[in-house]
Design a protein around this ligand. Structure first.
Ligand code: HEC
Ligand code: HEC
Length: 204
């Protein structure tokens, strides 16, 4: 069943990517007018999935606003080279030059993070904070979880994406990923992953 769902999801993404690649139009106030028209067009295309300014409002699609520039560049290169496999991200990064990747990364890194308000379960949030402290997640992701260099921002990231990402990293299913994270999450339960995602997604 899980396999069928994954296949359906992949097919859906491919269609969505094809549609968004063909239907870029309209002005967007969040796109810096000093950038070339082709980069601005790309940014608008990214925003059709990743949300305005890179603040995702769609399940399964991560926010990229406020991510460290180096992290974004690294991940875009991994997608372009087919080292991190993602049905929607492969077609959109195909043929991008390193310079274009840097401009896209710079733009989203500078974009303000706008997290959707979501009710918190205080007990789950507290448990998530404690597990993250015990496992010293903040030593790399920084104590406020804003990330730096090649280490991603976790504060305000979508909850269900954090669960998916951590589960895939723990189970060594995320291609192209640094092996650091599967080591860190080795043996961590689904419940503890869920609690950390609840806590991290509500951080501002
Ligand atoms: C058709 C929808 C779609 C479009 C268009 C799209 N993305 Fe994505 N993007 C995704 C999905 C879904 C993921 C999650 C992939 C995964 O983890 O398997 C993702 C992941 C990413 C990541 C990794 C983020 C992280 O936290 O690991 C970056 C960076 C990214 N996209 C940047 C971009 C940029 C830049 C563009 C425009 C050039 C773009 N995306 C266009 C759907 C899209
Ligand atoms: C030793 C440094 C280090 C520690 C400790 C660490 N991380 Fe990471 N984390 C990384 C690096 C590096 C990446 C980027 C991995 C990649 O994609 O190659 C990452 C990626 C992630 C991602 C994927 C985010 C995204 O946008 O795709 C999540 C989620 C995450 N870490 C959560 C955690 C949590 C929760 C903890 C504590 C249990 C933790 N990390 C501890 C270094 C670390």
């Amino acid at each position: 069943m899980a396999k069928v769902q994954a296949t359906l999801r992949a097919a859906g993404w491919a269609v969505l990517a094809a549609i968004t690649l063909c239907s870029v139009s309209g002005a967007d106030a969040t796109v810096n007018p000093a950038l070339s028209e082709s980069i601005r067009e790309r940014l608008r295309m990214c925003a059709t999935c990743h949300g305005e300014g890179g603040n995702s409002r769609t399940a399964g699609i991560p926010s990229v606003a406020g991510q460290p520039k180096t992290f974004l560049e690294t991940q875009l290169i991994l997608f372009r080279e087919g080292l991190r496999v993602s049905p929607p991200m492969q077609p959109v990064t195909k043929g991008l030059s390193d310079r274009e990747i840097s401009l896209l990364a710079e733009s989203f890194a500078a974009s303000p993070v706008r997290v959707e308000p979501a009710e918190a379960d205080p007990a789950l949030e507290k448990r998530g904070r404690e597990v993250a402290r015990k496992l010293r997640c903040g030593t790399c992701h920084l104590p406020d979880f804003r990330g730096h260099a090649q280490i991603p921002r976790l504060a305000g990231q979508r909850e269900e994406y954090l669960v998916d990402a951590m589960t895939a990293l723990r189970d060594k299913r995320r291609s192209g990923a640094d092996t650091i994270m599967s080591g860190v999450l080795h043996g961590v339960s689904d419940a503890d992953i869920g609690a950390m995602a609840h806590f991290l997604s509500r951080l501002r």
